[in-house]
Every structure is written in C-alpha cells, then in structure tokens.
Design a protein around this ligand. Sequence first.
Ligand SMILES: O=P(O)(O)OC[C@H]1O[C@H](O)[C@H](O)[C@@H](O)[C@@H]1O
Length: 548
Amino acid sequence: MSKLTTSPAWQALAAHHREIAHLHMRDLFQQDPQRFEKFSFESGGLFFDYSKNRVTEQTMQLLFDLARQSGLAERIEQMFSGEKINATENRAVLHTALRNLDKNPVRVDGDDVMPKVNAVKEKIFQFSDQIRSGERVGYTGRPFTDIVNIGIGGSDLGPLMVCNALKNYGHERLRMHFISTVDGDQIVSTLKHLNPETTLFIVASKTFTTQETITNARTARKWFLDRVGNETHIAKHFVAVSTNAKAVAEFGIDTANMFEFWDWVGGRYSLWSAIGLPIAIYLGKHDYQDLLHGAYTMDEHFKNKPFEHNLPVIMGLLGVWYINFFDATTHLVSPYNQALQRFPAYLQQLDMESNGKSIDLDGERVDYHTSPVVWGDAGINGQHAYYQMLHQGSQIVPVDFIASIEHPEIPEPHSTILMANFFAQTEAFMRGKTAAEVRAELDKAGITGPAQDALVPHKIFEGNRPTNTILMQRLTPRRLGALIALYEHKIFVQGTVWNVNSYDQWGVELGKQLARTIEHDLTTPGLTQTHDASTNGLINYYKRNVPR
Ligand SMILES: O=P(O)(O)OC[C@H]1O[C@H](O)[C@H](O)[C@@H](O)[C@@H]1O
C-alpha cells in the first residue's frame, strides 16, 4: 500500500466514508436548515454552492486534514515563488506570473521574470491595437478581417475557448478561426472562404516542432504564396508565438514577428502568455487585461484564504472524495451558457493531461485513482441526451453546474427557462424521487395494482448524486479569468494530494514516436512486417486500399 493510502488522514477519511456513505443528502438538508449557508460562499465574482455534496462538516474537516498532510500550503508557496516543482522537466511552473498584478519580483534561477513578461505583454498590446484600429494592414493596404490561429492542444484550446466565450466582447470586424487538426479538412474548408489580402496567420506552438501545427502552417503559407506570389509579403501576414526562436526562424518567420514565452509556462496553462495573442486581438487591451485580472484575483484567493474558505481547495478535495472514496471515475462539467460550450473540452486537456498519471513524485506506482475522465457540453443539451444515465445509471458522476444570471441580448423567456432547468437538475440529482412519491403520482394518473407495481422501480430516482453550482452575475472577461484559474488551481490541489507532477505530459510522447515510424511505413512500397500482427494488418489494409 502506498504512503498516501496508509496515511492517517486517508485512513480517517476511509473510516468516515464507511460511516456516512449511506446518508442521503435529502436528510442532511432536513436536519440542518443552515446547510446552504454553511456550504456556499462567493469569491472573485463566482458564487459557489457545494451544499449538494455527500459531505458533513466533519467530512470537510477530514478533507482539509488530508490537504494539510499533503503539504498543500507549502506546495502553493513553492509554485507561486518559482521553485522548480515540475521535477521531471526541471522547470518552474509560473503561469501565475503572467497575470501577476503586484509589483513584487517573481524569480526563476535568481532572475526576476516580470520585466520580460511585461515587455511581451506591451508588444502584444501594441500589435493587437494596430490590428484592431486598422493601422497595421495587409500587403495591399487593407485592414485585417480574419485571424487564423494555427496551433494544437494548449496552443489552440485556450484561445479558442476564450474567444468563443467572450464573443460579445469581440471586435466586430474580426472573424477568428482556429486550425488544429492535421486531417486537412479544417484548414481547407477555412481557407476556402478567406482572402489573403486581409488574413493574418498566427502560428502558435510552444516547441515549434509539433507536426500537426507545422504541417498546417506550411499549407497556409503555400496557400498564401500561391495567391500572392511574393515571399516578402509573408512578413505582414504571418506571425509566430513560441519559446523556440531558432525553429521559428528556420520556418521562415522573421523573429521580429515572434511573440515569446518561456519553458516555465506549461502548454495547457499558456493562454495567459503570448499564446493569448488571438484573445488580445479579438478583445482588445482593456478586456484582455480584465481576463488576466480575474485570474489574478483567484490566484490571490488561492494563495491567501484558509482552506476552509478556499474555493479551489474545496473543489479539489471534493473531487478527491468522490474519485477515491466513492469510485467515481468521471467528472461532468455542465455549463448552462452556450458561450461556455467549449469550456469542458478545454478542461479535458487541463485536467487529464495534468493529473492523468499513475507514477507519483517519488517514482512509485500509485494504488489510488488520479485524474477522472472529464467530459461535458452545453448542459441543457445534455439533459436530452446523457442525463438519463446520470439520474438513474449505476455509477456516480459528480457534476459542476455553471451559469450566469444575466444574459445580455437574449430575449425572454429563454433565460428563465434555461435557469429553471439549471436549478431543477441540481435539485433532482440531490432529492431524487422515492417509491412513495412515485406511487402517489401513479395513483393520481389512475395507474394502480400490478401495473403500478411493475412501473414503480423504473420510476424511482435514488437521488443523492453530488453537484457543485457556480453562478456568476454575467460572463465577463474578469469572471471567465477567475473561472479558468479556479480550475487550474483545483487541479493543482488534486495533484498535490495524489503526489503526482501535474505539469509534465510524458504520456503524449509514445504515440508521436510511433507515428514517425509508421509515416515512413505508409510511404514505403511493399508489405509492412515490423509491428505486431494487428498493426501490420491495419497498415497493410490501408496501403492496399489507399488511392495512389
Ligand atoms: O504548443 P506546442 O509545442 O505545439 O504543443 C501543443 C500540444 O501538444 C503536445 O503534444 C502536448 O500534449 C500539449 O501539452 C501541447 O499543448
């Protein structure tokens, strides 16, 4: 058994779980009229209700003990102060420095990173102002209308999600496009509608070696040159965002047109860096700064609030409670706000690439679950698709419900119906419906006797299914910034409890390595025989059938 599962705090939670797992939240609410007040609070403009969880005050105390036992306070301090907590890559983890609004230095290897962070930020603001105002133009002197971000993973999902979420704040002349996959369809169908005179390409890659991104960037460059026929115009239409100036120059983008960031920014934590360039262009300086400000507010909250009032700490620990003690293997994020539709996809990388690990920081294999499968889509659509399983299925799926109160530009009754469903679902998950309630309803509908008996078990809802509710007044840049930072820190809390490195991602390497070999196999005539029988068989089936 591991250090963690034999530890006093873990053992205390396991014993407590045996005592309270049978309790129903319905009864907990009935027994304590103050439950909502006790288990809800507001921070960074986010109102957080966690009263519909299978916890008592004692559960929370034991979870806080677990956090203390894991050295969370020290880990938080280490992260914010630039210690190299990404041990396997020997790197600091300082996405928080990118939104740091206080004047204190943040040091990596003794050097204050803030001057260079601020210098790149200024360059971003200058560039984005020029694009927005029309001062910076394409090769024929026309202002830009289309911004194409070419990137994948962290160089795509963050800017894409934020630009979608904050459409109401976007510049009306600018259309944002995001190209990530290498299947060709995305880039071909996007370029089809674009005019090279008014299109700006941002090639975004931390490493500038990612095959998909480089392939798409080459295709974009060829498309551009085929239409423009003059290499000198590339400088006006292609910029790069990267930590790798050498590779940017080799690709043929002048490093004067490069926006820099650093190895202490993880890919999935990079939207606050120059990777956020499309966001700055779309939103403009003021709203972009507001986004950073929102994240900074959450950083301060995370750093300074006692665990008992600390939103990311509580969210993280609740996740641990379900994953490790109730065997919940998935976690649903359900935004009731169309603008946040891509938020779950963004969180999939953030969470699963961070904590999807089974070797701990001491190099030992863990004997407990780590990252859940994170999933989700716009909540109201889910109600008519997968919520059946959530209400009556055999597994517990904890859900985060997220909504904003004001929906500008949306006519009634849309918002009221949306929010009625939002509240109804968390109530239904908590309360469920008892056999007696089902029978009363069937009596009313005139279904009695054996017909009623046969139906009752199918119409019972056990309830007792946990949900968190996050409500904000309005989805503004500031609130979104706080929301993203909340999840970043929640993930860090869980990684700390699980004693894993949340900041490396070695698990993505093997597939990339094998793809390089197989790419060669696919273009080599004759039978491929160097893999296992299945992989050989599939490759050869493909080779036989691919049109040449
Ligand atoms: O920004 P890049 O270096 O192109 O990397 C893009 C993405 O690909 C990698 O495979 C990693 O899994 C991600 O963490 C990263 O965000």
